[in-house]
Design a protein around this ligand. Structure first.
Ligand SMILES: *Cc1c(COP(=O)(O)O)cnc(C)c1O
Length: 391
């Protein structure tokens, strides 16, 4: 099989003529920074997910940061997340001066394990160090078991912030991820490698008016123009007050216009990811690979298609398969190096061996190309090169 001329990445954006027109129109308008397109994008995403409110920001990293602050996370508090995630899901706690700890993953879904979470909560209650915030990460686009997490949140009194950076368009119990049915807030990423893009961008979805108002302030310096929140009478029409410490995490209207245009095709994006995954499921079944497991009550948005090299069925290493595919022009990748094994986290006291399921998964994992614009011929090439690598 001949090698395609272009390098095949593991993920990439699809930009249509409509997307380009939407951005050009914004450039000709009065608003470049946060304006009417940002409000439209917030409405489109929150309506799509079935949440009451959306607060758009310049990245999911910013979304997670201000969601933690809005949840009241601060010095002396602890946040728990999954080690099998991008570092941003844990860093947000450190930005707030809080501590981080991890809950190991379920070996089938690679999401936070409910059994591990329950056990850790029992011990933390005895030791008097329950978490204030838990961030379940919907790895690869498949929802965590949110009903169980919601129950535990009620029992132990923590706030749940879903990291749905991989999962817009995914469903859990027949409802779109981001509805916040079992959580207080959900964070999305619109980085180009994710499902829907704004270049860079993020959003927090919530059903709480109070949290929404806090998030709006935190994304723009902690400033309010609401007289009811001021400690003295307004000086006039120009007057505002900074009532807490916020940031400049605003999204531009240029980005939001792209986002609104992209959201018109979110279902199409997820559908083609599903078609690609189904072809992989069928064509790779004979190889010594553990293919992604689909939980019966979730529909994955399939941001990633992660396979594991099965050590019981081959002596070939993940590294050798990775290198063979990279040499063939295929941009396979590995998601994720467990966060607790990063030097920054080791310096905080974490050591290898603490979260064995996520370490075992990492040792074998490989993410194959999956994105809306991946055509059948390119996918056939990937499948063929994988078969060649195993012979
Ligand atoms: C991409 C990603 C983030 C960060 O998203 P940005 O928009 O790049 O800040 C956070 N969490 C997870 C799980 C991600 O995949």
């Amino acid at each position: 099989m001949t090698q395609p001329e272009r390098y095949i990445p593991y993920g990439r954006q699809t930009i249509s003529e409509e997307d380009i027109q939407a951005v050009v129109e914004t450039l000709r308008s009065d608003w470049l920074t946060q304006g009417p397109a940002v409000e439209r994008f917030e409405r489109v995403v929150s309506d799509y997910c079935g949440a009451q409110y959306g607060v758009a920001v310049n990245s999911a990293t910013s979304a997670l940061h201000i969601a933690c602050l809005a949840a009241g996370l601060g010095a002396g508090d602890t946040l728990w997340t999954s080690p099998n995630t991008f570092v941003a899901s844990a860093n947000c706690a450190l930005y707030c001066g809080a501590k981080v700890d991890f809950v190991d993953i379920d070996p089938r879904t690679y999401n936070m394990s409910i059994d591990a979470l329950r056990e850790k909560l029992v011990k933390a209650e005895q030791a008097g160090c329950l978490p204030k915030v838990v961030i379940p990460v919907h790895f690869a686009g498949q929802s965590c078991e949110m009903e169980q997490i919601g129950e535990l949140a009620g029992k132990y009194g923590f706030t749940v912030i879903e990291d749905a950076s991989h999962a817009i368009g995914g469903e859990y119990q027949g409802v779109k991820v981001g509805s916040c049915r079992y959580s207080q807030m959900t964070a999305f990423s619109f980085h180009p490698v994710k499902i829907v893009t704004t270049g860079e961008g993020g959003m927090v979805a919530t059903n709480s008016k109070n949290l929404m108002e806090k998030l709006l302030r935190l994304r723009s310096h902690g400033i309010t123009r609401d007289p009811a929140l001021m400690d003295r009478a307004s000086h006039g029409g120009w007057y505002y007050q900074q009532i807490e410490l916020g940031f400049n995490y605003r999204m531009t209207d240029i980005q939001a216009a792209l986002g609104v245009s992209q959201m018109a095709r979110v279902d199409e994006f997820v559908a083609s990811r599903n078609r690609i995954a189904q072809r992989y499921n069928k064509e790779l079944a004979g190889l010594p690979l553990i293919l992604p497991w689909q939980a019966p009550d979730a529909a994955s948005a399939l941001h990633l298609y992660p396979v594991c090299i099965d050590p019981n069925r081959t002596h070939l290493t993940r590294k050798s398969i990775f290198e063979a595919l990279r040499d063939a022009g295929i941009g396979v990748n590995v998601h994720y190096i467990p966060v607790h094994t990063q030097p920054y986290y080791r310096n905080l006291g974490f050591i290898e061996g603490m979260f064995p399921e996520s370490e075992r998964y990492y040792a074998a994992a490989l993410s194959l190309p999956i994105f809306h614009g991946l055509d059948e011929a390119s996918q056939d090439y990937v499948i063929n090169q994988l078969k060649v690598a195993f012979t």
